[in-house]
Design a protein around this ligand. Sequence first.
Ligand code: ATP
Length: 367
Amino acid sequence: MPATEFVIALIPGDGIGEEVTRAAVAVLNLLERSIGGFRLGYDELYMGAQCYRETGVDMSEETLESVRAADAILLGAIGLPSIRFPDGTEISPHLKIREELGLYCGVRPAKAYPNSPRRLSDSRAGDIDFVIIRESSEGLFYTQGRGEVIDDYEAREILRITRPTCERLFDRSFEIARKRKKMGGKGKVTCVDKANVFKAYAFFRKIFDERALHFPDIIADHNYVDAQALDLIRRPWDFDVLVSENMFADILSDLAGGLVGGMGMAPCAEIGDKHALFQPAHGSAPDIAGQDKANPLATILSAAMMLDWLGTCHQNEQMSSAARLIDDAVWKAFADSRLYPVEFGGQHGTAATTDIIIETIEELQTS
Ligand code: ATP
């Protein structure tokens, strides 16, 4: 029997986080009612920069326990440039969650929806549909917050690559390519590294090649990160799944978000072996917070990834259908030229964009 009841740790966070999570929950509520076969209960949790200012802690131990106990986590955005720890570093409890829950695999799709803004004039820009897999627990972020500056003369950080993390990461990347292939994807994984210069990346690539042998139905490809940056501008439509070290993938995924419109179109999943967190790839955007200007689509599409992940883990087909319906609705709303978010210079703010997606889902369900 597939599981049907799930607890979602809902973390609105800071800035536009509250607005965009509200939008995603409205879409999830509709799907829960209209599709059936699953129930989501929300455990709303307070953490982040505002929480730090008010309570003196960015995330309490009790809150972390609630996060750990949930079936999935849906997060808006965390951090405000105006509120920092005394040493000047940003408030980022979600990084602690990532570490505590072992969320090593960041999944960041970049997909061109029809009539949505394109940064490239080539007609093939409409075919952009790839996913960046970001190793999220080590790489050049390994010593984050623990790097050292010695005698005001030199600074050091450590880049760490480990075999167990790489093996799990590559296996997931090939599995994602396999799943995408069933839905018309190219069936290709590109390992993005700098194996020609650094031993650590040569090791990364060696493990990639070893794991590729277990997935003979999927093409295993390589690219150096500098060439990859060029190719994401020159021929992004040729890629399917790109897997890379933490820092490289962090940079490339912002570039990818830009290619398909902007950060408001960039969903993200952070997946571990037992837990997963879903959040838009953008930050708290304090410049537009509270003005109904935020594009909620990245969060709504992240919620779709959450449904798909829960549906796959718990063999709940209705949840997987609900996930597809969200993506189909975003596609149709753009294709019908009904949706023009403020982020792209249009007239649809957060609430109007959410309403249009809800109406489009209802239309798709009755057609
Ligand atoms: P972080 O480092 O926390 O990811 P950031 O400093 O990169 O954050 P963001 O908060 O993502 O910055 O904002 C970058 C720019 O993108 C801002 O101009 C912001 O208004 C815009 N932006 C971010 N998210 C959205 C959104 N959902 N809709 C519209 N504009 C957005």
